[in-house]
Write a protein that binds this ligand. Structure first.
Ligand code: ADP
Length: 595
């Protein structure tokens, strides 16, 4: 048998008939190639997908799960992997999608099974325990001492089983990522202090001393107080359980930008060969410290899982016969962590693409003056309300002192129109808050998943692209199209007075399109009544082309148009009308709003 290298045609056959979906996505996130399996998984004909954005995360790295369409038209789960490749001389990504619906279903059934079984076990267990304790307490008739002994044993074991069931339920929820922790800025020394105080009587009963050694008075962490308490209960509880004499110390300190909490005991310690297993499930070493309370061997597994979910970790040092130190770390609170948390929740809620939009006030003084001390809350609320109709699921997070983050599900994620809508929405809010002057702000925008698949990367992309709105706006070109020379001159002068540096003039519709061939302006100020090509025709032609259809237009009309109040003009339309000759103040606002 001869083995030959497959030629181009062979490779083509392989790609076309592969059961796995294969796509090539270019640097701009657009699909350049896909095989039939990929088109089927995405549920659209190939022709509708080529040249379109690929809306799933596709960074090289661990595989991600995405929703796919299966052969029977039903939805399923795909596993997506991406690698960097060269494609026609440029950098691109090869994306492969495999159908893992069966495996995903199995995983879910297994999780559901564990949690259902645990729930099913709890109810009868509670009934058994209560019945037995009624008997033991003599409520149902007299019982002998011998019988009480056995009934107590039943109760102890029922309690033990109940603890196991509760813990399994807890761990299966944590593993399935189904617990939402309410992360807050909390003081770690305070949490630790409370737990240590609660355990003091327990330690005292065993003749042990238990003390807290806070290295830092205030060490703010970003965590869920109840869950951290659960971790401490476990570590301090174990320390007391496995120590027969001496002093247990708990310490809290900051190290390398993280908070570190350690629980040290001079107890029986753990053998070196057992240490690697200590955070595993159902692991217990040596004889039980308290034969009446065997423990579950799950406490440490859960505790480590909890701190890992908080972006921390847990470690152990121990010498058999000498004692152990369990330590865990947590990230120290920084405002960014709240943003990351917010974004992470948004990512978890929906796998749909969304925009992260950040508004940063460069000079909040006018807003504070107009809206009072609650200005930032009010502003956040208003921006949120203004944008909601235009975008799906807007959620807002305000961050002291002067930054607002929004996540928005956008129809055309990341494109120019979305950006313009956002800017207009924000400016509209400023006007509505009674700030007549142009508000000086910067903004950043990033698209999920294109600009980052982790909250950190997305927030970073947003911050890296922070644009000072005023500078950017004044740098934009404004094209004035009007056949009356005196009027173009007057308008140009006004715009220059407002600070706009790049003004171009065209004296006819035809001229305007000559100018447009060279560069796309940020705004067109257009006269309607012109000889040759009329303003209407100009608009028609602008709307026809992909490149020019989104340019905002300010119509200058010689006819009396109803201006009314300025605010009525502040809507999402990219075409506004203004009377001619323009009143300087109105022109300034219109241009500020439109660009
Ligand atoms: P449990 O305490 O319910 O058995 P854990 O997961 O909390 O479950 O602990 C697992 C095992 O690790 C314990 O059974 C014990 O053998 C060992 N261990 C935990 N903490 C200590 C400690 N402070 N000193 C000695 N051994 C410990």
């Amino acid at each position: 048998m001869t083995h030959s290298v497959p030629d181009h045609q062979d490779l083509e056959v392989i790609v076309q008939h592969s059961g796995d979906g294969l796509l090539v996505v270019d640097e701009d996130g657009l699909i350049r190639f896909l095989n039939p399996a990929a088109a089927a998984f995405l549920g659209k004909p190939a022709a509708d997908l080529i040249g379109r954005p690929f809306d799933h995360p596709h960074r090289p790295g661990p595989p991600v799960e995405i929703a796919i369409v299966r052969g029977n038209g039903k939805s399923g789960v795909g596993e997506l992997r991406a690698v960097d490749i060269p494609w026609q001389g440029k950098a691109a990504r090869l994306v492969s999608i495999g159908d893992i619906s069966e495996r995903a279903l199995f995983d879910r059934l297994q999780d559901d099974f564990i949690s259902n079984v645990s729930h099913e076990l709890r109810t009868p267990l509670t009934a058994i325990r209560e019945a037995v304790s009624l008997m033991r307490d003599g409520i149902l008739g007299s019982v002998t001492d011998e019988q009480v002994k056995f009934l107590n044993m039943c109760i102890r074991n029922a309690d033990h089983l109940r603890r196991i069931v509760d813990t399994i339920l807890d761990i299966s929820k944590i593993e399935a990522g189904r617990i939402r922790m309410t992360k807050k800025n909390s003081s770690l020394p305070e949490i630790v202090q409370a737990v240590v105080e609660a355990f003091q009587p327990v330690a005292a009963r065993k003749g042990l001393s238990l003390s807290l050694n806070p290295g830092a008075d205030s060490l703010q962490v970003f965590a869920d107080r109840d869950r951290i308490t659960q971790v401490l209960n476990n570590l301090i509880g174990n320390a007391i359980k496995f120590t027969s004499s001496g002093a247990i110390t708990v310490s809290v300190e900051a190290s390398d930008g993280r908070a570190v909490c350690s629980v040290s005991d001079p107890g029986r310690g753990i053998a070196e060969e057992d240490l690697p297993k200590v955070f595993g499930k159902f692991q217990q070493f040596g004889a039980p410290a308290d034969p009446s309370n065997k423990g579950t061997g799950l406490g440490l597994a859960i505790s480590r899982e909890i701190v890992r979910l908080r972006a921390g970790d847990m470690s152990v040092r121990s010498v058999l016969g000498q004692g152990s130190t369990f330590s865990f770390t947590l990230p120290v609170y920084r405002p960014e962590l709240e943003v990351h948390n917010h974004i992470a929740a948004r990512m978890a809620d929906s796998k749909h693409p969304f925009l992260l939009f950040c508004v940063h006030l460069n000079d909040p003084a006018p807003l504070v003056q107009a809206a009072g001390p609650e200005w930032l809350d009010k502003l956040t609320h208003r921006i949120h309300r203004t944008l909601e109709p235009g975008f799906r699921s807007v959620s807002a997070l305000r961050l002291e002192p002067d930054r607002i983050f929004l996540t928005l599900e956008a129809p055309q994620a990341g494109g120019m129109p979305a950006r313009r809508l956002l800017l207009r929405g924000v400016k509209e809010t400023f006007f509505n808050m009674g700030v007549d002057d142009e508000t000086d702000f910067s903004y950043g925008i990033a698209a999920y998943p294109r600009d980052g698949e982790t909250p950190e990367a997305l927030a970073e992309a947003c911050a890296a692209g922070l644009v000072r709105e005023r500078t950017e706006r004044l740098d934009q070109t404004i094209l004035i199209v009007d056949d009356e020379k005196a009027l173009t001159e007057a308008t140009q002068m006004l715009l220059e007075m407002f600070g706009y540096r790049h003004i171009q003039v065209a004296h006819s519709g035809m001229d305007a399109f000559e100018v447009l061939k060279r560069a796309i302006p940020g705004l067109i100020i257009l006269d309607m009544k012109m000889p040759g090509m009329s303003g209407h025709e100009v608009i028609g032609r602008l709307k026809e082309s992909h490149e020019t259809k989104d340019i905002p237009i300010l119509i200058m009309s010689g006819f009396e148009v109803e201006i009314g109040r300025f605010l009525e003009y502040i809507n999402r339309k990219a075409i506004l009308t203004i009377n001619k000759p323009a009143e300087p103040e109105i022109l300034r606002k219109m241009v500020y709003y439109l660009i």
